[in-house]
Design a protein around this ligand. Structure first.
Ligand code: PAZ
Length: 328
């Protein structure tokens, strides 16, 4: 067992290089990885060259969103999942785009998407109608919300401010994050990682996973889950060491939340940890950093307000200060 860059000897979070090598080495190949890499580089080039986009350089943030699944079979029939709806990532993406950032939205397929949060809950097909045999139309009751969502999403994509990359399982998530990390490395402090996805802590290594559907006739199921290597450390030390990095910590027990967030801050040397509790995560979060803890609350006097509105403002201010500091 060895540590990456020798950092394990100095820091409190030695990362076992063998574990990471073995994770990526034994993972099934990422489908379309070359196309993803091309898309990423084109997006980064458009947003970081002064001639591209709207003529100015933009900061780029990678927002991760939704939960990773853990397959139990290679030809996956069953998997372990988690609660994450993707609301945090989708809402944060909207606020980042509004503030002028270009966003790489690394999201779990089927979870909440930017600009779709205000759409009606009705099934998709019930949002449309054929009045008197004429062309298909959005029902008038939904038309404002649908128009706004389509307009905002299309503007963000047309202006190269939003690139969406999907994942489903833990392998695809970490492989794509590695591609993004490496692609953003040259942007130095102008790049940000905002890691709101709920990433599995345990998984079944691909090479110890059964190929076919697990048979129920074999009696009680006994599965040994390995620990997912802590990629945050590699992101911070290897993939994009100068990027501004925000991680998230979720707990259900408020008594340990801030302590765990503080531990993550020190261990992975991220610039802040956003601590939240399962039941109140849409109302308030605490931003934990070496400058102290800041409670961020949704403005309850404003109907329909999000906690992500003040949160992203705070994170952007911190990012600006970090960029300034990095250039002095
Ligand atoms: O996706 P969502 O809006 O339902 O929830 C957001 C969240 C709780 C997944 C996110 O704020 C978070 O804390 N992510 C990291 C979870 C963790 O690994 O501790």
């Amino acid at each position: 067992m060895s540590s990456i860059n020798g950092l394990g000897r100095e820091g409190p979070a030695p990362v076992v290089e063998d574990e990471i090598t073995s994770f990526f080495g034994s993972a099934p190949p990422l489908k379309d990885s070359e196309k993803i890499f091309e898309k990423l580089n084109r997006f980064i080039e458009l947003n970081s060259s002064p001639q591209g986009g709207d003529g100015g350089e933009r900061r780029i943030v990678c927002v991760t969103s939704g939960g990773t699944t853990v397959p139990l079979e290679q030809r996956c029939v069953r998997y372990i999942d988690n609660f994450s709806s993707g609301n945090r990532g989708a809402a944060s993406t909207e606020y980042f785009v509004k503030a002028g950032y270009a966003v790489i939205f690394l999201y779990r397929r089927g979870t909440c998407q930017p600009y779709c949060r205000s759409l009606p809950d009705d099934p998709f097909l019930e949002c449309f109608e054929f009045p008197d045999g004429s062309d298909i139309q959005v029902r008038s009751s939904h038309s404002e919300a649908v128009k706004r969502a389509v307009r905002d999403q299309q503007a963000a994509v047309a202006e190269s401010r939003l690139l969406k990359l999907p994942f489903t399982n833990i392998f695809e998530y970490l492989q794509t994050l590695q591609l993004i990390g490496t692609a953003l490395k040259d942007l130095g402090p102008d790049a940000m990682f905002y890691l709101a996805a709920a990433v599995s802590d345990f998984y079944v290594p691909w090479n110890s996973m059964t190929e076919h559907k697990i048979q129920s006739g074999a009696g009680p199921l006994d599965i040994r889950l390995a620990q997912v290597p802590k990629m945050l450390w590699v992101l911070r030390t290897k993939w994009a060491p100068s990027a501004f990095c925000i991680s998230f910590k979720l707990e259900t027990d408020s008594k340990i939340l801030l302590e765990k967030a503080g531990m993550a801050l020190r261990k992975y040397k991220v610039h802040a940890v956003v601590a939240n509790e399962l039941l109140t995560r849409k109302e308030e979060v605490v931003v934990v950093s070496t400058d102290g803890n800041v409670l961020v609350r949704r403005d309850t006097d404003k109907p329909g307000s999000d906690v992500e509105d003040p949160l992203i403002r705070l994170i952007m201010d911190r990012h600006s200060a970090y960029i300034k500091e990095s250039h002095t």
